[in-house]
Design a protein around this ligand. Structure first.
Ligand code: TGC
Ligand code: FAD
Length: 405
């Protein structure tokens, strides 16, 4: 006998998301979601299969929407709260992690570095164009031989008169093949006061069309396919003295930008989990097996309830970290590590578990959970691997640096 269907509640209604975030902030998230519905959602599965994204066109649209560098103040940026920025990331990643990456790298890595560590001239030159999406930025920290331990970077910046000469290679750089400007981290011959040795990390603002720069694309990715990834090859790249970020000295420069981008991920991945859950609810409601909708089986409901519980807890974690970041005390790196470690891992498990509810259809691009789960493999790795964040928390709790023993 088929049971009559009672009233249904959306996950965010049960969670009472309107009691977690301010209504104005949720209205803003609705604006972002509406723009994505109109401009991106339908095409994303195809872009993913094609292994690309129309970055330039999207950047201009996202610039008009106002999400690029929205949490920065001045220079064409909105000066929003961290939570508002987080909620935008959540909507972007509900579509695809690649789209959130485009916005993270632009606003939190490239623009933040220039905004926080740059000269007035660097800010005036790049930030308004980047906020409008008329210039795309990338951020080169990782190298072919140096990932989790950026202190070991091999890229060098040496003096020639008042100029800088850059040599080296960066690997896995989001947007490098389509970028107009790169923030590149390199070691100079200056003495690092912490180690007492030569080799101080500095940041450089490098227009991509500078002679000696090449940005080959990384192909054959099976994760984060709706995102353009490349290398940066620097062969005797001559830059004026003014190209160096004057206020950044040491690893604090790039790590501070990473904190910003990791924060966006803490919120972003809750969007991927929410989207997978909404899609699973729609699918199980209409797919009939054994003369009943999948949603009526106890095991389906168990999977949905478990996923909902996990989604709820990562949303609350994101909201808490957002509040900390917006508070006068601010958020500490280990608190961001906590959010990145727990939220990415949990969102990945949610998407992977829900995928099973779609049976064979779940392995196509027609449904989002598997695409999200595969994307989240990248998110688990970049911006500090899962293990780096475990060790960061381990260090915070025990006082022992467990990275190298
Ligand atoms: P440590 O001694 O901890 O710190 C060195 C200096 O930096 C300061 N600091 C921070 N400052 C601001 N924000 C943070 N989150 C900071 N973390 C550390 C720290 O206070 C210190 O300052 P000072 O003044 O005392 O010198 O450095 P460590 O060498 O011990 O760090 C170890 C470790 C492993 C935690 C660090 O190297 C690390 O985080 N490694 C992971 C590397 C990483 O995340 N790479 C990401 C590359 S970019 C990317 O993936 C972009 S993906 C983009 C996309 O598509 O979305
Ligand atoms: P490794 O550091 O070699 O790590 C390999 C494995 O060893 C991992 O499991 C790691 O956790 C583990 N490991 C390493 N050290 C330790 C330790 N001490 N203890 C225990 N385990 C350890 N970088 C940028 O600079 N800019 C970008 O825009 C950017 N975009 C990216 C886009 C994509 C699609 C991807 C995949 C990566 C991107 N990255 C970018 C690079 C990313 O940040 C690195 O891949 C990441 O930091 C890990 O470095 P690695 O790949 O060299 O791995």
């Amino acid at each position: 006998m088929t049971q009559s269907k009672g009233r249904t509640l959306a996950p965010d209604e049960i969670l009472a998301v309107d009691q977690i975030f301010d209504q104005d902030d949720l209205d803003w998230a609705g604006v972002v979601r509406g723009w994505l519905d109109e401009n991106v959602r339908e095409q994303i599965g195809d872009w993913y299969l094609e292994g690309t994204i129309p970055a330039r066109e999207l950047a201009e649209g996202l610039g008009e929407l106002g999400v690029l560098g929205m949490h920065l103040a001045g220079y064409g940026c909105a000066g929003s709260t961290a939570t508002q920025y987080g909620l935008a990331c959540r909507e972007l990643e509900a579509v695809d992690s690649g789209l959130r990456s485009l916005v993270s790298v632009q606003g939190s890595l490239a623009m933040f570095s220039i905004h926080h560590w740059g000269s007035e001239e660097q800010k005036e030159e790049w930030l308004p164009r980047m906020a409008a999406g008329r210039a795309i930025g990338c951020f080169g920290l990782t190298e072919p031989d140096v990932g989790s331990d950026p202190a070991g970077m091999k890229t060098r910046a040496t003096r020639d008169g008042s100029d800088w000469i850059l040599n080296g290679a960066k690997m896995w750089i989001t947007n490098s093949p389509v970028s107009d400007v790169m923030v590149v981290w390199a070691k100079t011959d200056e003495v690092n006061e912490k180690t007492g040795e030569k080799g101080l990390v500095r940041g450089f603002v490098v227009p991509t069309d500078t002679p000696g720069v090449e940005v080959p694309e990384v192909k054959r990715k099976i994760s984060l396919r709706a995102s353009i990834t490349g290398e940066i090859v620097l062969d005797n790249v001559r830059l004026p003295e003014s190209a160096m970020l004057p206020k950044a000295s040491g690893l604090k420069g790039p790590l501070s930008a990473l904190s910003e981008a990791r924060f966006g991920i803490v919120f972003g991945v809750t969007g991927a989990a929410r989207d997978a859950l909404e899609e699973a609810l729609r699918y199980t409601d209409t797919r009939i097996q054994f003369d009943r909708p999948l949603s009526s089986f106890q095991i389906s409901q168990q999977k949905l309830a478990k996923a909902f519980g996990q989604y709820s807890s990562i949303t609350l974690t994101a909201a808490h970290i957002g509040r900390l970041k917006d508070s006068s005390a601010g958020v500490r790196p280990e608190q961001i590590s906590l959010g990145k470690m727990v939220n990415v891992d949990t969102a990945m498990n949610v998407c992977r578990d829900l995928r099973a509810l779609f049976g064979g259809s779940g392995i196509t691009s027609e449904y989002s959970p598997l695409r999200h789960a595969v994307n989240l493999e990248t998110v688990l790795t970049y911006e500090g691997t899962h293990e780096v964040h475990q060790l960061t928390l381990g260090r915070a709790m025990t006082g022992i640096f467990g990275f190298a023993n």
